[in-house]
Design a protein around this ligand. Structure first.
Ligand SMILES: Cc1ncc(COP(=O)(O)O)c(C=O)c1O
Length: 400
C-alpha cells in the first residue's frame, strides 16, 4: 500500500507550539510556509492508527487503564523484530514521556551535586534536566570530523573516572548530530561506564528512524553487563508521530534498579501509568505500521538528498552533517559569514524558514541550524527557493 506523505494539515490554533510561533512571528506567511523546528512530523497519521483508534473508541470505555500483557508483548515484539533486542515485558515501566523519564531517572539515581555526563551539543532538555535538578553537567564535547562527529574516548574515560560522576545520559542515535553510534563505540562507552560504575540513561527515542546504509544497536543488547547497568528510554512518539498521546516505554532490565525507579516514580507521581488511547495507538503502530515507517524513512531520506544537492549547487558554504538517523538535519551555516542572530532573523523574517536554532543545543551550535525533514517534499523545495531569493542580497556568489 502506498501511504499519503503529501498532505499537510495546518495546525494553527490547535495547540502546536511551533505553528503558533510561526503565526506570531510571521502572520502573513505564505501558503507554502510550514515550521521546520520542534521534532514532530507534518505527515498525516498512518491510516491504521486512525481507523484502529476509531474502532477502539466504538467498543471501549475511557476509564483508567494499565498497560496490558498484550500491549507489553507488542512492544517487546517490536524490539525483537526491528532491533534484534530480546527485551522482556516485565522490564517495561510506563512514562508520559522520555523527557519526564530522564528527569525522574536523574533524581532517582543521583543526588544534588553529582555529575551527569553528556556528549555535546545535544538535545537541550538534557542540559535542563541536569541544571534544574542541581546536578553538575559533565560536558564531553563531541569532536567534529568532516561532515560528522566522533567521541573523544580519552576525555570520556577521564570524566567517567571522576568519582563524582554518577550518570551518563546517552542520546542514541544522537540529536542533533544525527549520528548512529557504531557497535564498537557503544562497546567502548559500556566498558568505561561499567568500569567506573556510571549508570547509563539511554535515550533511544529516535532509534527507529535509521537512514539507509546505517544500522542501530540497542545499547542494552550489547552485553549482559551493559544491560544490567542501564535504563533504555523508548517511545512510539517520534517514529509514528504520536507525541501528543504521551506514551513511552522505559525498559529497566536490572530488577533492583527497576524496583528503585518504580518506587521513586510512585512516590513522586502517585500512580505512574499512561493514557488508554496512547497504549492502543502504540500497539497498533508496532503491530501494523512497519511499512508506513519504511515509506516515511524514504521520504525523509529524499528530503535530505534534495537539500544536500541543492546546497552543493547554490550554497557550498553550508556544511550539511551526515544524516545517519533521525529526521533532524544538522547544518553548519557559519560559512555564510553572517552572525548567528542575523541568520535567525533572515531565515524567519525574509526566507520564512523556521528552524531550531543551533545555539539552543549548546555553544558549539552557534551558526548551526536544525532542519526538521519530516514533511512532504514539496515544502522542502519551496523552502529552498525562498532561501535562494532571500540570501541573494547577502551573499556575493555566482552560485546563487
Ligand atoms: C532525544 C530526545 N529525547 C526525548 C524527546 C522528547 O521525548 P518525549 O516527548 O517523550 O518527552 C525528544 C524530542 O525531540 C528527543 O529528541
Amino acid at each position: 500500500m502506498k501511504y499519503d506523505f503529501e498532505t499537510v494539515r495546518k495546525r494553527y490554533g490547535m495547540g502546536s507550539g511551533k505553528w503558533d510561533e510561526l503565526q506570531a512571528a510571521k502572520p502573513d506567511a505564505g501558503e507554502d510556509t510550514i515550521p521546520f523546528s520542534v521534532a514532530d512530523m507534518e505527515f498525516v497519521q498512518a491510516p491504521e492508527i486512525v481507523d484502529g483508534l476509531k474502532a477502539f473508541l466504538d467498543k471501549s470505555v475511557l476509564g483508567y487503564a494499565n498497560a496490558t500483557p498484550a500491549f507489553k508483548e507488542s512492544v517487546c515484539r517490536w524490539m525483537r523484530n526491528r532491533h534484534g533486542w530480546d527485551a522482556q515485558p516485565e522490564w517495561i515501566l510506563p512514562s508520559h514521556g522520555v523527557v519526564d523519564a530522564f528527569y525522574a531517572a536523574i533524581r532517582c539515581f543521583s543526588k544534588e551535586g553529582d555529575g551527569v555526563m553528556l556528549l555535546t551539543p545535544v538535545y537541550y532538555p538534557m542540559y535542563m534536566a541536569i541544571s534544574s535538578n542541581n546536578r553538575k553537567l559533565v560536558d564531553c564535547p563531541l569532536v567534529r570530523n568532516g561532515s560528522t562527529y566522533d567521541i573523544d574516548f580519552d576525555d570520556f574515560e577521564k570524566k567517567a573516572s571522576d568519582p563524582n560522576t554518577k550518570l551518563f545520559l546517552l542520546c542514541s542515535p544522537h540529536n542533533p548530530c544525527g549520528r548512529v553510534w557504531t557497535k564498537e563505540e557503544l562497546r567502548k562507552m559500556a566498558d568505561i561506564c561499567c568500569r567506573y560504575n556510571v549508570l547509563v540513561i539511554d535515550d533511544e527515542i529516535h532509534h527507529d528512524l535509521i537512514m539507509p546504509g546505517y544500522e542501530h544497536f540497542v545499547y542494552a543488547a550489547l552485553s549482559r553487563e551493559a544491560e544490567q547497568n542501564c535504563l533504555v528510554l523508548t517511545a512510539p512518539s517520534k517514529t509514528f508521530n504520536l507525541a501528543g498521546l504521551q506514551t513511552s516505554n522505559i525498559f529497566v532490565p536490572n530488577e533492583k534498579l527497576r524496583e528503585q525507579f518504580l518506587t521513586f516514580m510512585k512516590r513522586s507521581s502517585a500512580n505512574p501509568k499512561c493514557n488508554i488511547l496512547g497504549y492502543e495507538a502504540c500497539r497498533i503502530a508496532y503491530d501494523h505500521c512497519g511499512s508506513w515507517l519504511d515509506q516515511c524513512i524514504s521520504v525523509i531520506h529524499e528530503n535530505k538528498e534534495r537539500i544536500t544537492s541543492y546546497f552543493a549547487r547554490h550554497f557550498p558554504q553550508i556544511q550539511v552533517c551526515e544524516l545517519q538517523a533521525t529526521y533532524l538535519l544538522w547544518m553548519d551555516w557559519n560559512g555564510l559569514g553572517l552572525p548567528y542572530k542575523e541568520l535567525e532573523r533572515i531565515n524567519r523574517q525574509e526566507a520564512e524558514l523556521f528552524f531550531d536554532e543551533g545555539y539552543i543545543f549548546g555553544a558549539q551550535g552557534e551558526g548551526f541550524e536544525r532542519w526538521n525533514l519530516a514533511c512532504p517534499t514539496q515544502y522542502i523545495d519551496a523552502a529552498l527557493e525562498r532561501m535562494n531569493r532571500a540570501y541573494s542580497k547577502y551573499i556575493n556568489d555566482s552560485a546563487l
